[in-house]
Design a protein around this ligand. Structure first.
Ligand code: SF4
Length: 270
């Protein structure tokens, strides 16, 4: 049975093949997560809950939304597990970022009637080729139908950085999700890609032509070919290593001398 790929798996391989190997091939268990990932997950869950209420015709008040975040933060925060990478930044500052993201989103979207929600945390499965050899999956934060009838793929980002429009017009993640929603709505259905940069309170949109989607299928299949042909899975150190869950066992991060999972290739010289 062939492997099912995801955008995050592909990105992991592009950023660092060794990280990809740890996460997707060796299935190395991780005991910590970055505080950015922790806050991002909480914000996504709170927004999912918010739209569930909206779907039932009960728009929660802003203070209720923020209380939900605070409640889940208090229940789940474990300083031994949630790692702050940026030295000197107190944990509480990340809580404030989460609250700010939700407040800005709420004020921008209230009363949440500008579209119809068609799916929350919508799981999509699709193949890049007709034979089903290159299989993909993804989870879309929210799928909606806008007032102009266009199906929208919404994605929430809690990071501070907002990419340029040119970059988003080339973005792979939401374009792959478009391929996924096309299975449900048909390849002719017009689709809009929508990013919510919550911390910056910026919304960006983009769309893809059928030619661009065909090219994306080809590029992604070639990337999967590269992954499947890979044998070395060399570490590729970068500024992202600080956020990597495997840095304790990664040879270039000084973890080679600590006990770790056996890898199929010898570590490179440190
Ligand atoms: S610590 Fe850096 S080089 Fe090592 S696996 Fe993680 S991202 Fe790759």
């Amino acid at each position: 049975m062939s492997v099912v790929y995801s955008h995050s798996g592909l990105s992991s391989f592009e950023n660092c093949p060794r990280q990809y190997q740890y996460r997707y091939l060796l299935d190395v268990e991780v005991e910590t997560e970055s505080v950015e990932a922790f806050v991002g997950k909480l914000v996504h869950e709170v927004l999912e809950r918010l739209y569930q209420f909206v779907g039932e015709g009960r728009v929660p008040r802003l203070d209720q939304v923020l209380s939900r975040f605070d409640q889940w933060w208090n229940e789940r925060i474990d300083p031994a597990r949630v790692r702050v990478v940026r030295t000197g930044v107190p944990l509480g500052e990340y809580r404030e970022i989460g609250l700010r993201c939700l407040t800005r989103f709420y004020r921008r979207r209230y009363p949440f009637d500008e579209d119809e929600t068609l799916g929350l945390e919508e799981m999509v499965h699709f193949s890049l080729d007709e034979d089903g050899r290159y299989r993909m999956r993804g989870v879309i934060d929210r799928v909606a139908r806008a007032r102009d009838g266009v199906v929208e793929v919404h994605d929430y980002k809690t990071g501070r950085r907002v990419p340029s429009q040119e970059r988003l017009d080339q973005d792979r993640q939401l374009a792959l999700y478009q391929l996924g929603v096309s299975e449900r709505f048909g390849t002719d259905a017009p689709v809009r890609l929508v990013w919510h940069y919550l911390a910056a309170d910026v919304v960006r949109t983009s769309s893809r032509t059928s030619e661009q989607l065909a090219a994306l299928r080809q590029q992604t299949m070639r990337l999967i070919d590269r992954i499947e042909a890979e044998t070395a899975f060399e570490p590729r150190p970068s500024a992202l290593c600080g956020w990597c869950e495997y840095r304790e066992i990664c040879p270039v991060s000084g973890g080679a001398r600590r006990a770790g999972p056996e890898v199929r290739t010898p570590p490179p010289p440190v």
